[in-house]
Design a protein around this ligand. Structure first.
Ligand code: GUN
Length: 282
């Protein structure tokens, strides 16, 4: 039986630690405010935004919500972000993605001040990550590092294979594993012999966006398997990129979907918000 890596429990521990830290900061007169911007009313985005606001309330972080209509222009959004950049009462700015097709996402990400970039998507944050400077870390990969560390799984010297090369998960995941002294391979849709590459992994991180794609044929005996995917199966139940029932018997540890990686993303967003106050203190 594989160890089940409980993201819900670990994310709750992190949120409770942050709640205490925020209370201490409040005692010193430091308060934290996150601006959350959503353009349009994509239902999945609305759920994410609601959960982010809820987490802020739990921890003691103020959230300012901006719910803008679908027809908002790129210029209007840029103007709002620039105002929030200048507003000293706002510590962090989050623009929920995806944005409507008529808005250039890259331009919006670059408009957010790197000092308020709690998503860690700005090229300055990405650059800081790769050269090992302090900066905001992309939340999902940072959450995965916490899942591993808090489950007693060592990264140093291990063969780590990341399947997926997105800017939000795959690439920052590779950078973070490297920073933890893992030996890192990034595989993707054009990788030849994906099964052989995946089977090298002591730690296999799966972020390919294909429902239950990874079976036991891709997993070395005793490997740690982290599933970033989120889909619905034929019974409309949530499932991941990994075929859990097939892989669990060969893994030494595995994340479930739901309740694995998902809850960690918001916990790490909250950590980035608290980081803005820690930086102020320094
Ligand atoms: N859409 C899906 N995931 C994310 C995320 O982590 N941050 C933002 N801003 N948008 C998202």
């Amino acid at each position: 039986m594989a160890q089940l890596i409980d993201g819900k429990k670990i994310s709750n521990e992190i949120k409770d630690e942050l709640k205490e830290e925020v209370a201490e900061l409040k005692g010193k007169g430091v308060s934290i405010c996150l601006a959350v911007i959503q353009v349009g009313d994509d239902p999945a985005s609305s759920v994410y935004v609601r959960n982010k606001k809820r987490a802020c309330a739990y921890i003691g972080i103020e959230s300012k919500a901006f719910e803008l209509p679908e027809k908002t222009t790129e210029e209007e959004l840029v103007t709002l972000v620039e105002e929030l950049n200048r507003d000293p009462s706002v510590n962090g700015i989050l623009v929920q993605l995806p944005l409507p097709a008529h808005i250039n996402e890259d331009r919006i990400i670059r408009t957010i001040s790197p000092d308020k970039d709690v998503d860690g998507f700005h090229p300055v944050s990405v650059g800081r990550l790769w050269i090992g400077e302090k900066g905001f870390l992309s939340c999902t990969p940072a959450g995965i590092i916490q899942l591993l560390k808090r489950s007693g799984i060592e990264i140093e010297g291990k063969e780590c294979v990341v399947i997926g090369r997105s800017n939000i998960v795959g690439k920052p995941m590779a950078a973070l594993l490297l920073r933890e002294n893992g030996t890192v391979t990034v595989a993707h849709s054009r990788t030849k012999n994906l099964k052989d590459v995946a089977k090298r992994a002591d730690i296999l991180i799966v972020a390919i966006g294909k429902k239950q794609f990874i079976t036991s044929e891709y997993v070395k005996n005793g490997a740690v398997v982290i599933d970033v995917g989120m889909h619905r199966d034929e019974k409309n139940h949530l499932c991941g990129d990994v075929d859990f029932n097939d892989v669990e018997p060969v893994a030494s540890a595995i994340t479930p979907v739901p309740g694995g990686v998902g809850p960690m993303t918001i916990a790490m967003l909250m950590n980035n918000c608290v980081e803005t106050a820690r930086m102020q203190e320094e």
